[in-house]
Ligand binder design. Sequence first.
Ligand code: DC
Length: 226
Amino acid sequence: MPNKIIIAIDGYSSCGKSTLAKALATKLSYVFIDTGAMYRAIALYFLRNGIDFENEIEINNALQNIKLNFVYNQATLKSDMVLNGENVEAEIREMRVSEKVSEVATIGAVRDFAVAQQQVMGESKGIVMDGRDIGTVVFPTAELKIFVTADPAIRVERRFLELQATNPTIRKQEIEENLQHRDLMDTTRERSPLKQAADAIVLDNSQMTREEQFNLALSWALAKIG
Ligand code: DC
């Protein structure tokens, strides 16, 4: 397809953003970037190395030692997060990372570090990126911006089913509390809080199947690509 565009997908945690972004990217032969995975990998590095989230010097030193990249996984047909050469895709989804990632994502130096890399990834367009600030900060001129929402109870249920596969003892209440905490942190932080861009299209997928959501978003993308 000659006319490549940038598709920015933002929204709350566990709304199905990544599933939608990945499906769109596959269909359009675009690159898919899950920016949440980048913040999770940074949080994992901070946790492993006992970085004090309040100490700017420690944070800046740590960021200099972090190299992030994605590697395509033939088994799952999606990209895995690689932190300093180590595939950390499974570990970054663990609860101990989920509990700290929103806090790490409030740190200005962390956001500068991640956003600069994301902007380079989108230089030649043909990209679907999902996160919280993609349509507002990373690519404010993206041709298509989608803001995904879903009923909170439905988000908890979806996350529960997803996590149960690897963690059979996980409790719904734990997930609910974590989502509420992350929503609050993501929407109230000083630096680039989660908010709908003025020119974003809202997609409430509470009552939609994955396929319905995909078909709708694809029609918007194809209209923009022309
Ligand atoms: O999409 P996710 O749940 O994996 O994201 C993990 C956290 O990273 C989320 O709580 C907020 C943060 N995040 C962010 O601040 N900006 C982004 N562009 C993506 C994620």
